[in-house]
Ligand binder design. Structure first.
Ligand code: HEC
Length: 115
């Protein structure tokens, strides 16, 4: 008799915790600025091509750079590290990087709606 009672209690307990678990929701903190690429035209192409090998902080942490510097960086990823990025995407990505992480004070086309 005692044994049955305990098993029943365990069963009820499990059911209750399963119900409670079903109601739980998890709130994640928002991404920090290092963990995401700023919005802007071309950001999707950059996300698709530039986070396979390393996280976005490699990009976000760079000093603000010109289009030429970003183009060189993208080409380095392709030539030195073998990033499979085609010419058209490389241009879009470099332009995006300049607009999102370009030299301060430079008028960048960052206000255009993102694709
Ligand atoms: C095939 C893998 C790969 C892909 C894809 C890739 N990278 Fe990299 N990236 C690397 C490696 C490897 C390093 C150097 C890591 C280290 O030094 O610890 C690096 C480093 C960097 C750095 C830090 C500065 C430097 O030159 O070391 C930046 C900025 C960067 N990548 C940007 C990009 C961008 C922008 C793209 C998208 C076009 C991209 N990466 C795609 C492999 C890749």
């Amino acid at each position: 008799m005692m044994k049955r009672g305990i098993i029943w209690l365990i069963a009820v307990g499990l059911a209750a915790s399963a119900l409670a678990a079903g109601k739980k929701s998890i709130m994640l903190p928002p991404d920090n600025a290092m963990a995401t690429l700023k919005d802007g035209p071309g950001v999707k192409v950059a996300r698709a091509n530039c986070v396979a090998c390393h996280s976005t902080d490699y990009i976000v942490r760079q000093p603000p750079s010109s289009l030429e510097q970003w183009t060189a960086e993208v080409n380095k990823m392709r030539k030195v590290f073998g990033a499979p990025v085609n010419d058209a995407d490389a241009k879009v990505i470099a332009a995006y990087l300049e607009s999102a992480y370009g030299e301060p004070g430079k008028v960048a086309p960052a206000k255009r709606p993102s694709k």
